[in-house]
Design a protein around this ligand. Sequence first.
Ligand SMILES: Cc1cc2nc3c(=O)[nH]c(=O)nc-3n(C[C@H](O)[C@H](O)[C@H](O)COP(=O)(O)O)c2cc1C
Length: 187
Amino acid sequence: MRVLGLSGSIRTGSLNARLLEAALARCRQAGHEADAFDVRQAEIPLYDGDLEAEHGCPAGVWSLKQAVRAADALIFASPEYNAGPTPLLKNLIDWTSRTYEEPKTGNEWAGKPALILSASPGGMGGLRAASSLRLILADVRCLVVPEQAAVGRAHQVLDESGDISDERSAAMLQKSIDALLKLASVG
Ligand SMILES: Cc1cc2nc3c(=O)[nH]c(=O)nc-3n(C[C@H](O)[C@H](O)[C@H](O)COP(=O)(O)O)c2cc1C
Protein backbone atom coordinates (compact mmCIF):
# COMPACT_ATOMS: atom_id res chain seq x y z
CA MET A 1 0.00 0.00 0.00
CA ARG A 2 0.96 3.61 -0.40
CA VAL A 3 0.94 5.79 2.73
CA LEU A 4 1.09 9.59 2.47
CA GLY A 5 2.26 11.69 5.45
CA LEU A 6 1.26 15.30 6.05
CA SER A 7 2.94 17.40 8.72
CA GLY A 8 1.25 20.47 10.12
CA SER A 9 4.67 22.03 10.71
CA ILE A 10 7.41 22.76 8.18
CA ARG A 11 9.70 24.21 10.85
CA THR A 12 13.30 22.95 10.78
CA GLY A 13 13.52 20.46 13.63
CA SER A 14 9.73 20.13 13.89
CA LEU A 15 8.71 17.58 16.50
CA ASN A 16 5.67 16.68 14.43
CA ALA A 17 7.71 16.14 11.27
CA ARG A 18 9.92 13.88 13.38
CA LEU A 19 6.94 11.95 14.75
CA LEU A 20 5.53 11.64 11.22
CA GLU A 21 8.85 10.28 9.97
CA ALA A 22 8.91 7.75 12.83
CA ALA A 23 5.42 6.61 11.79
CA LEU A 24 6.31 6.41 8.09
CA ALA A 25 9.44 4.39 8.91
CA ARG A 26 7.23 1.90 10.78
CA CYS A 27 4.95 1.64 7.73
CA ARG A 28 7.98 0.95 5.54
CA GLN A 29 9.12 -1.74 7.97
CA ALA A 30 5.70 -3.32 7.51
CA GLY A 31 6.39 -3.49 3.74
CA HIS A 32 4.55 -0.42 2.50
CA GLU A 33 5.57 2.63 0.48
CA ALA A 34 5.47 5.63 2.80
CA ASP A 35 6.50 9.22 2.12
CA ALA A 36 5.76 12.66 3.46
CA PHE A 37 4.32 15.28 1.13
CA ASP A 38 6.83 18.13 0.75
CA VAL A 39 4.62 21.00 1.88
CA ARG A 40 7.31 23.67 1.65
CA GLN A 41 8.25 22.78 -1.90
CA ALA A 42 4.62 22.83 -3.04
CA GLU A 43 4.33 26.53 -2.09
CA ILE A 44 0.61 26.34 -1.48
CA PRO A 45 -0.89 29.82 -1.07
CA LEU A 46 -3.27 30.80 1.68
CA TYR A 47 -6.80 29.98 0.49
CA ASP A 48 -8.30 33.04 -1.15
CA GLY A 49 -11.58 32.93 -3.07
CA ASP A 50 -10.48 35.70 -5.43
CA LEU A 51 -7.26 33.88 -6.33
CA GLU A 52 -9.27 30.70 -6.88
CA ALA A 53 -11.86 32.48 -9.05
CA GLU A 54 -9.14 34.02 -11.19
CA HIS A 55 -6.62 31.17 -11.47
CA GLY A 56 -8.47 28.01 -10.43
CA CYS A 57 -6.50 25.26 -8.69
CA PRO A 58 -2.89 26.33 -7.88
CA ALA A 59 -0.14 23.97 -9.11
CA GLY A 60 0.92 23.04 -5.56
CA VAL A 61 -2.64 22.18 -4.61
CA TRP A 62 -2.98 20.05 -7.72
CA SER A 63 0.19 18.12 -6.78
CA LEU A 64 -1.19 17.56 -3.28
CA LYS A 65 -4.55 16.46 -4.66
CA GLN A 66 -2.81 13.92 -6.91
CA ALA A 67 -0.71 12.62 -4.00
CA VAL A 68 -3.82 12.21 -1.83
CA ARG A 69 -5.69 10.51 -4.66
CA ALA A 70 -2.81 8.04 -5.15
CA ALA A 71 -2.55 7.21 -1.43
CA ASP A 72 -4.23 4.20 0.20
CA ALA A 73 -3.81 5.70 3.67
CA LEU A 74 -2.98 9.09 5.19
CA ILE A 75 -1.07 10.04 8.32
CA PHE A 76 -1.51 13.56 9.70
CA ALA A 77 0.87 14.90 12.36
CA SER A 78 -0.05 18.32 13.68
CA PRO A 79 1.20 20.63 16.40
CA GLU A 80 -1.36 22.19 18.69
CA TYR A 81 -1.70 25.93 18.20
CA ASN A 82 -4.12 27.31 20.80
CA ALA A 83 -6.19 24.14 20.97
CA GLY A 84 -6.41 23.57 17.21
CA PRO A 85 -4.32 22.17 14.35
CA THR A 86 -2.02 24.63 12.60
CA PRO A 87 -3.38 27.05 9.99
CA LEU A 88 -0.89 25.52 7.56
CA LEU A 89 -2.57 22.12 7.83
CA LYS A 90 -6.11 23.54 7.81
CA ASN A 91 -5.21 25.43 4.64
CA LEU A 92 -4.06 22.21 2.93
CA ILE A 93 -7.25 20.46 3.97
CA ASP A 94 -9.42 23.31 2.70
CA TRP A 95 -7.76 23.58 -0.71
CA THR A 96 -7.81 19.83 -1.23
CA SER A 97 -11.53 19.65 -0.48
CA ARG A 98 -12.37 22.02 -3.36
CA THR A 99 -13.88 20.96 -6.70
CA TYR A 100 -12.46 22.12 -10.04
CA GLU A 101 -13.46 21.41 -13.63
CA GLU A 102 -9.99 21.84 -15.14
CA PRO A 103 -8.12 19.76 -14.09
CA LYS A 104 -11.13 17.72 -13.01
CA THR A 105 -10.98 17.10 -9.28
CA GLY A 106 -13.25 17.01 -6.24
CA ASN A 107 -12.84 16.50 -2.51
CA GLU A 108 -9.86 14.14 -2.51
CA TRP A 109 -10.14 13.36 1.20
CA ALA A 110 -13.44 11.52 0.94
CA GLY A 111 -13.20 7.85 1.85
CA LYS A 112 -9.47 7.92 2.65
CA PRO A 113 -8.37 5.95 5.73
CA ALA A 114 -6.43 8.29 8.01
CA LEU A 115 -4.54 8.46 11.28
CA ILE A 116 -4.02 11.50 13.49
CA LEU A 117 -0.77 12.07 15.38
CA SER A 118 0.37 15.04 17.43
CA ALA A 119 3.48 16.01 19.34
CA SER A 120 4.11 18.81 21.77
CA PRO A 121 6.69 19.81 24.34
CA GLY A 122 3.71 20.05 26.71
CA GLY A 123 2.42 17.14 28.76
CA MET A 124 -0.82 16.63 26.79
CA GLY A 125 0.97 16.01 23.50
CA GLY A 126 -1.34 18.27 21.51
CA LEU A 127 -4.41 16.19 22.30
CA ARG A 128 -6.80 19.14 21.81
CA ALA A 129 -5.43 19.74 18.31
CA ALA A 130 -5.95 16.05 17.54
CA SER A 131 -9.59 16.25 18.69
CA SER A 132 -10.21 19.39 16.66
CA LEU A 133 -8.52 17.87 13.60
CA ARG A 134 -10.75 14.79 13.97
CA LEU A 135 -13.87 16.99 13.60
CA ILE A 136 -12.45 18.72 10.52
CA LEU A 137 -11.44 15.45 8.86
CA ALA A 138 -14.87 13.94 9.56
CA ASP A 139 -16.37 16.93 7.78
CA VAL A 140 -14.33 16.26 4.62
CA ARG A 141 -15.36 12.58 4.97
CA CYS A 142 -11.94 11.12 5.78
CA LEU A 143 -12.21 7.73 7.51
CA VAL A 144 -10.14 8.45 10.63
CA VAL A 145 -9.30 5.47 12.83
CA PRO A 146 -10.27 5.90 16.51
CA GLU A 147 -6.72 5.08 17.61
CA GLN A 148 -4.30 8.03 17.72
CA ALA A 149 -1.00 8.99 19.30
CA ALA A 150 -0.42 12.26 21.14
CA VAL A 151 3.20 12.42 22.26
CA GLY A 152 3.83 14.72 25.19
CA ARG A 153 7.25 16.05 26.26
CA ALA A 154 8.16 15.29 22.67
CA HIS A 155 11.39 17.32 22.78
CA GLN A 156 12.62 14.80 25.37
CA VAL A 157 11.22 11.52 24.08
CA LEU A 158 11.53 11.79 20.26
CA ASP A 159 14.98 11.66 18.75
CA GLU A 160 15.99 12.52 15.19
CA SER A 161 16.42 8.88 14.16
CA GLY A 162 12.78 8.16 14.95
CA ASP A 163 13.42 6.42 18.25
CA ILE A 164 10.86 7.07 20.97
CA SER A 165 12.28 6.67 24.43
CA ASP A 166 8.89 6.68 26.15
CA GLU A 167 7.52 3.13 25.94
CA ARG A 168 3.89 4.17 26.33
CA SER A 169 4.13 6.65 23.44
CA ALA A 170 5.94 4.11 21.24
CA ALA A 171 3.27 1.47 21.93
CA MET A 172 0.49 3.99 21.28
CA LEU A 173 2.10 4.93 17.95
CA GLN A 174 2.48 1.31 16.84
CA LYS A 175 -1.08 0.45 17.83
CA SER A 176 -2.47 3.41 15.89
CA ILE A 177 -0.41 2.54 12.78
CA ASP A 178 -1.60 -1.09 12.95
CA ALA A 179 -5.21 0.17 13.07
CA LEU A 180 -4.66 2.43 10.04
CA LEU A 181 -3.00 -0.28 7.96
CA LYS A 182 -5.73 -2.75 8.87
CA LEU A 183 -8.47 -0.33 7.80
CA ALA A 184 -6.62 0.58 4.57
CA SER A 185 -6.11 -3.09 3.69
CA VAL A 186 -9.84 -3.80 3.57
CA GLY A 187 -10.56 -0.76 1.38
C1 LIG B 1 0.93 30.05 18.03
C2 LIG B 1 1.32 28.89 18.90
C3 LIG B 1 0.38 28.34 19.76
C4 LIG B 1 0.71 27.24 20.54
N1 LIG B 1 -0.27 26.66 21.33
C5 LIG B 1 0.01 25.49 21.96
C6 LIG B 1 -1.03 24.78 22.63
O1 LIG B 1 -2.19 25.20 22.68
N2 LIG B 1 -0.71 23.60 23.22
C7 LIG B 1 0.57 23.07 23.17
O2 LIG B 1 0.80 21.98 23.69
N3 LIG B 1 1.58 23.74 22.55
C8 LIG B 1 1.31 24.92 21.94
N4 LIG B 1 2.31 25.58 21.26
C9 LIG B 1 3.69 25.06 21.32
C10 LIG B 1 3.92 23.99 20.24
O3 LIG B 1 3.40 22.76 20.68
C11 LIG B 1 5.42 23.86 19.97
O4 LIG B 1 5.91 25.08 19.45
C12 LIG B 1 5.73 22.71 19.05
O5 LIG B 1 7.12 22.45 19.07
C13 LIG B 1 5.28 23.00 17.62
O6 LIG B 1 5.37 21.83 16.84
P1 LIG B 1 6.60 21.55 15.86
O7 LIG B 1 7.79 21.27 16.74
O8 LIG B 1 6.17 20.33 15.10
O9 LIG B 1 6.81 22.75 15.00
C14 LIG B 1 2.02 26.69 20.49
C15 LIG B 1 2.96 27.27 19.62
C16 LIG B 1 2.62 28.33 18.82
C17 LIG B 1 3.64 28.90 17.85
